[in-house]
Design a protein around this ligand. Sequence first.
Ligand code: FAD
Length: 414
Amino acid sequence: MTQIRHSVVIIGGGAAGAGMAHRLVGQLKCQDVAVIEPSEVHYYQPMWTLVGAGVVKRETTWRKTADVLPRQARWIQERVVAVDPDRQVVETQTGRKIGYDWLIVAAGLKLDWDKIDGLRQELVGQDGVCSNYSYATVAYTWELIRNFQGGVALFTMPPMPIKCPGAPQKIAYLAEDYFRRKGIRDRSTVHYLTSTPAIFGVEKYAKALMEQVIRPRDIKVSYRHNLVAIRPKAREAVFENLDSGETTVLRYDMIHITPPQSPPDFIKNSPLANAAGWVDVDPNTLQHVRYPNVFALGDCAGTPNSKTAAAVRSQAPVVVRNLAAAMQKRTLSCAYDGYGSCPLVTRYGRVILAEFLYGGKVRETFPFDQGKERYSMWLLKRYVLPIVYWQGLVKGRQWPWPIPRDFGSGHGPV
Ligand code: FAD
């Protein structure tokens, strides 16, 4: 196969990769950018929570990749299977070898459905098993919630890290609200089983959720419980208590599964990986710790922030500026501070907008207490953030949050 070479190669054309491509051709005026992205379509995944709750149709959550990537960049529609950072070469599934001067890794993460014994992705979307974590299965979540006649509804959360750690509980809250409105709440058990030791990683929002949602609405929560096996025909789920090692079998009428998640194999098996398999970048500069011509952002980056599109909004301007500095052999002056955001949908028409930095330090955008459920934040999630995503993030525009001149990054939820 012919070997080709590009000045900048971006792996992945999702939330992080598409936005980076626009920034490189628009802001840095890079003439020779290639994006390696196998998928014909680009998804706005944050909207799948509302698709699963019947608020929006799933068809509104995608665009053609060709329309999302900048025309000035070359789109290589292939899947990366290996990276050799010592030779500065990426290999695709057809055996094509693509050389680069600068590499940006933005390949997202992998959903490991089959780490749950008895489950394969094909089994999600039938027999009472649903998940908002894939376009193929999200519509079935709404079908189950809408047709629920009472009984046991289970919602699971695997061990961290996962993308949008708030999403597994948001759908539980929406389902509970729907059952209440339908008049079947008194004959329904809503049970959220999470591998984590608390309802949310940031204390302020954990407290808000306990006081405003979990306790008053009688939602059952089991901490440190991990779904390890499922028997869809018998409608039984097996959970392991991560502290005691004991297993419990629960019967259900519907179950919403958030699959275990891990780094893409080509990263895990490459010298780019850290011990956990994610891209080993400096958590502030987002430059690789051993290969200075490699940067990473988004879900595949080995940084201890919450893996969200909102984090990408903050990371992207940092990568662009630091990449420009590295290209000009200047010191990297821009730092990502760990910003992440989670619009915690607590019921139809209400959202607690969590925003925080590394270490769980609260950092809110609005001049009111975001720890309160609000209709205005629902409107933000439902109507404003899709515009911010499609017109801002993936187009590489920071609007409406400004970029500070020399340090830090533009913030804002997505
Ligand atoms: P992605 O957007 O997933 O893109 C990765 C891209 O890489 C994909 O296009 C993929 O095809 C490509 N790729 C994968 N493997 C390869 C390969 N081998 N070679 C080349 N390309 C490859 N975030 C929020 O900010 N707020 C929310 O409310 C929110 N809610 C969410 C709800 C759900 C149900 C889900 C699933 C996610 C949610 N997120 C939310 C998270 C958000 O969608 C992700 O964090 C964001 O998309 C990360 O961007 P990314 O570019 O790293 O990954």
